[in-house]
Design a protein around this ligand. Structure first.
Ligand code: FES
Length: 576
């Protein structure tokens, strides 16, 4: 950028608060109240550091320290950092599901930026929904930004063997089947989450932080570092320095984000064997950025980009192995022309320049194209049971179930599932197709991660490890199984899933990308005429607002009043 297009202090957005001569005395005096000297902030870019630390967001416990590192960099580069706390949206502690609060955090970020004198922002997050939420909100304000991911936790070790978050699901299955004693659980819980940071497998957290880097919104390599790694701290300082330049040069998300950068993010998520949740989040993020992205793009790219990273749950290793093998830069270098290398990034260089020269140090952890972990990370299904689409993760499913015909066993919501999954009256056999409905965006509400429907204990004891399961819910990025997810439209709004009856034949054919309810249209018409939606779960408050305004999974589950790329600045400034 030429010096002539570089901003002057009077061009900064914060100037409206601080630069109105004597009429800014209140804003200036209240900043002085915080112990700052006038020259520390006057005429400098104000850099918001939005921090999702909280005691209930356990993956983010270290973010207060990380924020200090960012602020150090901002000051070094001549900016004025201000830290703004935002909702933590920690995956494990939130009920009924953290997804209910993704849009809440996105709104909070948008409004924090809108109402304060912020010129540019560094976003601190990492645990699953925080990455898309922070970015969605910031896209909607279109201020210069850098995303600083929390980093992942170190591998846990249980009796000499590494354990990741995905191992816990298998452990839970064995526990339900009475195959492991409670003493093992108590021992495992002591060692599994060994350090601060996000899950140590390729769950939604590491998938979405990788997506942010592939979008060009994080510094190179940031998404594949452990939380406790000194390199992560140094990158945070660098991010603080760099954001000041972005503020002066007015490099906004709208100047960086294109369809090509979103296709890069999709390709990276697929090569990682990443979480199915990334589909929903990237659709929503693209919507906020005004970029066209569809389920069809995911399906198309999934046929071209195999899984190269051998990390659980699609693979066998943990995140540390990915880092040791070269991490995100090595992966993107290996992806070569599968990526749009000329996409712009926050460094000022192209994506390909950012990753140029990176080498893969361990072909077992980051595989060559000739020896992938799996050919396809994701498949988008269509059919009369999911007219607007559904997804499955073939790499986490069972090959023998990819083409399957079975009779439906229906659960009318999570409570029905919990109460009756072990009931012999439901007649569940290994060939059954388990259906869970009314767990979608509106019906859940918030699409709880219950799509990995548990297999009845009696079948696990007989050796059954997987069955075809279909729902309008999501599943955790660390889960696995032949689970068809995100069925759209969801049952709660009258999608065909609402019309399935126990005993109906259902056919899944992942090779043909189809999901078919074998019931004729006339009968479905009769069932539809007799159908009525379940009562709303929330009578008031945010849950009620959510259920009224959230969109379907096939469109990213954003709120109808937020899902646009329109950027709105504040109302006229009301001076004092
Ligand atoms: Fe935070 Fe898994 S619980 S990333």
């Amino acid at each position: 950028m030429s010096d002539s297009s570089r901003k002057k202090p009077s061009d900064l957005r914060s100037h409206t608060w601080y630069g109105r001569g004597p009429f800014s005395f209140l804003e200036r005096s209240r900043t002085l109240q915080n112990g700052y000297l006038l020259e520390e902030f006057n005429g400098k870019p104000v850099i918001g550091v939005i921090n999702t630390w909280s005691d209930m967001s356990t993956c983010h416990r270290h973010l207060r320290d990380r924020a200090q590192e960012v602020k150090r960099g901002v000051v070094q580069a001549g900016g004025f950092p201000v830290e703004l706390p935002a909702m933590g949206v920690g995956e494990v502690m939130m009920q009924p599901t953290s997804m209910l609060y993704r849009n809440f955090l996105a709104m909070e970020v948008e409004e924090l930026l809108r109402c304060h004198p912020i010129d540019a922002v560094v976003l601190l997050g990492g645990c699953d929904k925080t990455t898309p939420a922070l970015l969605m909100g910031a896209f909607s304000m279109d201020l210069p930004l850098i995303y600083v991911p929390a980093g992942f936790m170190l591998a846990g070790y249980f009796r000499g063997k590494p354990v990741g978050t995905s191992d816990l699901w298998r452990f839970g299955q064995d526990l339900r089947a009475g195959k492991v004693p409670i003493s093992d659980v108590l021992e495992l819980e002591q060692v599994q989450a060994r350090s601060v940071g996000t899950c140590n497998s390729m769950g939604t957290a590491s998938t979405m932080t990788a997506a942010a880097e592939a979008l060009g919104l994080s510094l190179p390599g940031a998404s594949s570092l452990p939380a406790v790694d000194a390199r992560a701290g140094r990158l945070a300082v660098d991010a603080g320095r760099r954001i000041v330049e972005l503020a002066w040069n007015d490099i906004r998300p709208s100047t960086l984000l294109t369809r090509e950068s979103f296709l890069n993010a999709v390709a990276v998520c697929l090569a990682l064997g990443g979480s199915t949740n990334a589909v929903i989040h990237l659709l929503a993020m693209a919507g906020r950025a005004g970029v066209e992205l569809t389920l069809g793009d995911f399906d198309q790219l999934a046929r071209e980009v195999p899984i190269l990273v051998d990390v659980q749950p699609a693979g066998s290793l943990l995140m540390e192995s990915y880092d040791h093998a070269g991490g995100s830069r090595a992966l993107m270098c290996r992806l070569g022309n599968k990526l749009h290398g000329d996409a712009a990034t926050v460094t000022g260089a192209s994506l390909s320049a950012n990753v140029s020269g990176a080498e893969v140090w361990d072909d077992k952890a980051v595989r060559p194209f000739e020896d992938p972990v799996a050919k396809e990370a994701l498949a988008v299904l269509r059919g009369n049971l999911c007219p607007e689409g559904a997804i499955i993760k073939p790499s986490a499913a069972t090959e023998a179930l990819m083409v399957h015909r079975g009779r439906a066993v229906v659960f009318d919501g999570y409570e029905d599932l919990v109460a009756n999954i072990e009931s012999p009256d439901r007649g569940i056999t290994p060939q059954s197709v388990l259906i869970l409905r009314n767990c979608g965006p509106r019906g859940g509400p918030g699409m709880p991660e219950c799509g990995m429907i548990p297999i009845p204990g009696r079948l696990i004891r007989e050796g059954v490890r997987d069955m075809v399961r279909i729902s309008d819910a999501r599943m955790s990025g660390t889960s696995f199984g032949t689970c068809v997810l995100h069925v759209a439209p969801e049952a709660y709004v009258g999608g065909p899933l609402a019309l399935v009856q126990g005993g109906d034949w259902i056919e899944l054919d992942v090779t043909k990308r189809t999901l078919t309810l074998d019931v004729d249209d006339a009968e479905l018409g009769r069932r539809r005429a007799a159908w009525s939606p379940p009562a709303p779960r929330y009578a008031r408050g945010y849950g009620s607002l959510f259920a009224k305004h959230v969109g379907q999974a096939s469109e990213g589950c954003d709120f109808d009043f937020l899902a646009s790329s329109e950027v709105s600045e504040p109302l006229p400034f009301f001076g004092h």
